[in-house]
Design a protein around this ligand. Structure first.
Ligand SMILES: NC(=O)c1ccc[n+]([C@@H]2O[C@H](COP(=O)([O-])OP(=O)(O)OC[C@H]3O[C@@H](n4cnc5c(N)ncnc54)[C@H](O)[C@@H]3O)[C@@H](O)[C@H]2O)c1
Length: 359
């Protein structure tokens, strides 16, 4: 196999770091860009430097640059000095709620940053595969129009035809997105255009809940990671509205990267796919609390806030049919319990490490 040169943006984040490790293990040359902006967005709990240090010691052929994807001159220099075969673009302001406080910064990072990378790719390596991590928030709250039924611990779709979840033909306009959903929708459309108009090998995932042990989970981003963190540390956790029965589908970062790998091997220019855990990995807030308590043996200190988060999904399950049809070698390999156990083990070891460091 010929070694490839791969650029990963947001390389210290959840999906970026999993991508770095995956391709490094295969002997490719991986270059990462991450300026630890997650710390700027979310404070010290969002700091990703621990993950960068972990990557530096676990990889063989990984180089990190603390560059900002908004910095066109820095990108130009990087793209001039390397010829990339694959670009996996994961850097983002990733929070639905945070964006309302920083609309301009959010748009600059999510929309303009993505355009900067697409254009640098077009100028310097137009035959490369470009993969963009979009979000299910591009559908805004349109998925809430699907008729629901209330079950004892979760909301669920009422009609048999909705059983598998939301498809890619859900409309993306005339809905309430949040500023984050709007900046990601702008990036999602422009990425599709580089595939369709310029015929570049661009692929797009509209993610459900992407999760795994390398998430620097915070209240505003990283559902399972933050929930486990609170269960283990005893910090207070708030549930916002919908009786705690809102449903999310969770996918392990490894399965996301495997899906990117499948697309990269056989790209379809401009295609958009929903990507999440699907029905088998769906769980409601109260079910997730219950399971996390069982697995950690600890009680979560949680409270209920009546008002739901603005534009929040009530029940969101990604319909994975289209991706599975296009890439039949791919499947979900980690169950919800596998994911929770891995997050719990990683969180517990980080808690032990930080308490012995502070002694
Ligand atoms: N995690 C989820 O549940 C989820 C769901 C749907 C979509 N997504 C999307 O998937 C992608 C990856 O998400 P994640 O969970 O790995 O996020 P993350 O926050 O863990 O990682 C993103 C990384 O990008 C870096 N970054 C931010 N702005 C930057 C900038 N201007 N220049 C360079 N680096 C910058 C951050 O420091 C961070 O390490 C994002 O585009 C996100 O919107 C995530």
């Amino acid at each position: 196999m010929k070694a490839k040169t791969i650029l990963v943006t947001g390389s210290s984040g959840l999906i970026g770091s999993e991508t770095v490790e995956h391709f490094d293990r295969q002997g490719h040359r991986v270059i990462g860009i991450d300026n630890n902006m997650r710390r700027e967005f979310f404070g010290p709990a969002g700091d990703t430097l621990w993950n960068l240090e972990r990557l530096k010691s676990s990889t063989r052929n990984f180089t990190h640059f603390s560059a900002d994807i908004r910095d066109r001159a820095a990108l130009e220099e990087l793209f001039k000095s390397q010829r990339f075969d694959l670009i996996v673009h994961c850097a983002a302001q990733p929070s639905h709620d945070k964006a309302r406080d920083i609309p301009i910064l959010d748009f600059e990072v999510n929309a303009l940053g993505t355009l900067n990378l697409l254009e640098a790719t077009r100028q310097h390596c137009p035959e490369a595969v470009f993969f963009f991590m979009s979000t299910n928030k591009v559908y805004g709250d349109a998925p809430n129009e699907i008729p629901l039924k209330e079950l004892p611990t979760r909301w669920d779709y009422a009609r048999a035809e909705d059983f598998d979840g939301v498809r890619e033909d859900c409309r993306i306009d005339r809905t309430l997105h949040s500023l984050f959903g709007a900046s990601k929708a702008a990036a999602d459309l422009v990425a599709q255009e580089y595939g369709r108009y310029f015929k570049m090998n661009v692929g797009i995932f509209r993610g459900g809940c992407l999760t795994g042990p390398s998430h620097s989970g915070v209240e505003l981003h990283g559902f399972l990671s933050y929930l486990v963190k609170c269960t283990i540390s005893g910090s207070k956790y708030s549930i916002f509205g919908y009786k705690g029965k809102q449903v999310r589908d969770n996918i392990h970062s490894h399965d996301v990267v495997r899906a990117i790998e499948e697309f990269a091997a056989n790209p379809r220019p401009g295609e958009v796919y929903n990507m999440g855990g699907g029905r088998e990995n769906s769980i409601s807030m109260v079910e997730a609390i219950d399971r996390s308590e069982q697995l950690t043996g600890k009680k979560l200190n949680w409270c209920y806030v009546e008002e739901a988060r603005k534009g929040d999904h009530i029940c969101y399950i990604s319909d994975l049919t289209k991706f599975k049809e296009h890439y039949p070698n791919w499947k979900i390999t980690r169950s919800l319990d596998d994911i929770l156990k891995e997050i719990i083990a990683a969180e517990a070891s980080r808690t032990v490490a930080s308490s012995s460091a502070s002694r």
